[in-house]
Write a protein that binds this ligand. Structure first.
Ligand code: SAH
Ligand code: SF4
Length: 388
């Protein structure tokens, strides 16, 4: 596809993508690649930072408070890379779903949902596909292609802000106020990139989405949870979906490695957890599978000593899914029990279902390229380059 080739061409190996680099990395790159005087590196990095993350600049040429000579040097050494928007769909309810390309065969979906959080939330992907195979999740049917880099995670937010016309990044009156890592992939299997992306997106001189408005959802990668809290200070969401191990082993297979008791222990000790920083427990409502009154009571009992919010997610169907969504009466009865235990408004209204943008409906056609095919493609590209 030509759009993908273009994205790839822009990413010449010589040029460093500055999107997603932390300020210290950017300073070092300026010194090493552009001979910037180390005494000025900090100031230069913060100028570039503001242009990219506050004003949405896509070219160094636009950075008018930087001298012409340095600008052209920056242009030789660095690139400001956005994903290509391959497809964009808008739901009747205003939800926008993007299919984004990062290079040949590397595609993910991101979803902007208005009126969620303070103004609107962007649901970002952290991996192309997923290694896990939760049986109710469409992404789970797509094998892992690769982890996204921090630049590619941040790039999803930049692309959404372009589309929403949200430059400069105002602090008030914004449409994008929250980030949720609830797109494709398991964020705790790509924690370094997730952490760097949160560092960049939360910075007050740029996109400025605070850590309190950033939520990371995990299927329960217990050994990485403390590090997530310590290194990102983000809000935590847990994909619980079952109240006993026998069922959770089937729905969320990582449970066989880290069962419910261990997962909840890790929640109790999650850094910063307290009544002002509650953990969200997500519970997908599957007809006849996990939606009985007894399970609602078990759920409440299980979370008793944990500062928690409960999010009941009506199951969002996808082609070939082996489950159905619980009836509305069943969801309400379940919610009523949860409600009586003191959890407010526990049902998450499905958004963007008409464009398959709701929780668990995301998937791309990217497949992992075999090494031999990759070599063939690279050789063909090199031959085409040589012939130019
Ligand atoms: N991998 C992470 C984050 C992505 S999934 C995780 O599993 O937490 C975001 C949320 O959507 C998770 O709670 C996931 O369990 C839920 N989900 C997946 N498929 C769904 C579906 N078909 N309908 C409703 N929710 C779903
Ligand atoms: Fe992966 Fe999360 Fe889907 Fe499970 S629910 S398959 S962890 S994306």
């Amino acid at each position: 596809m030509t759009t993908l080739d273009l994205a790839g061409a822009k990413q010449t190996p010589k040029k460093l993508n500055v999107v997603g680099r932390r300020p210290d990395e950017l300073q070092l790159a300026l010194i090493e690649r552009c001979d910037v005087d180390p005494r000025n590196a900090r100031m230069r990095a913060s100028q570039i930072w503001r242009w990219i993350y506050n004003f949405g600049a896509t070219e160094f040429e636009a950075m008018t408070d930087i001298g012409k000579e340095l600008r052209s040097r920056l242009d030789e050494e660095f690139a400001i890379i956005r994903p290509t928007i391959i497809d964009r769909q808008v739901s009747r309810d205003g939800t926008r779903k993007y299919l984004l390309g990062f290079g040949p065969g590397i595609e993910v979906e991101s979803v902007y949902i208005p009126d969620v959080g303070r103004a609107g939330a962007l649901c970002v992907s952290s991996q192309v596909g997923c290694t896990l195979t939760c049986t109710f999740c469409h992404t789970g049917t797509q094998k892992l292609v690769r982890n996204l880099t921090a630049g590619e995670i941040v790039g999803q937010a930049l692309a959404a802000k372009d589309d929403l016309g949200e430059w400069p990044s105002g602090k008030d009156n914004r449409s994008l106020s929250n980030i949720v890592f609830m797109g494709m992939g398991e964020p705790l299997f790509n924690l370094d990139s997730v952490r760097d992306a949160i560092d960049v997106l939360s910075d007050g001189d740029g996109v400025s989405i605070s850590r309190r408005r950033t939520t990371v959802s995990t299927s329960g990668v217990v050994p990485e949870m403390t590090r997530l809290g310590n290194e990102t200070n983000a809000m935590l969401a847990i994909s619980l979906h079952a109240t006993h191990d026998e069922l959770r082993d089937v729905l969320v297979p990582i449970n066989r490695k880290y069962p419910i008791a261990e997962l909840l222990d890790a929640c109790r000790t999650y850094p910063g957890v307290g009544n002002a920083r509650r953990i969200t427990f997500e519970y997908v409502m599957l007809k006849g599978v996990n939606d009985s009154d007894a399970e609602a009571r078990d759920l409440v009992r299980l979370l008793k000593n944990i500062p928690a919010k409960i999010n009941l997610i009506p199951f969002n169907p996808w082609p070939g899914a082996p489950y159905e969504c619980s009836t509305w009466e069943r969801i309400e009865a379940f919610a009523e029990i949860v409600n009586r235990a003191g959890y407010a408004s526990p049902i998450r209204t499905p958004r963007g279902r008409d464009i398959s943008a709701a929780c668990g409906q995301l998937r791309s056609d990217s497949v992992k390229e075999r090494a031999s095919d990759r070599r063939k493609r690279e050789l063909a590209a090199a031959a085409a380059d040589a012939g130019r």
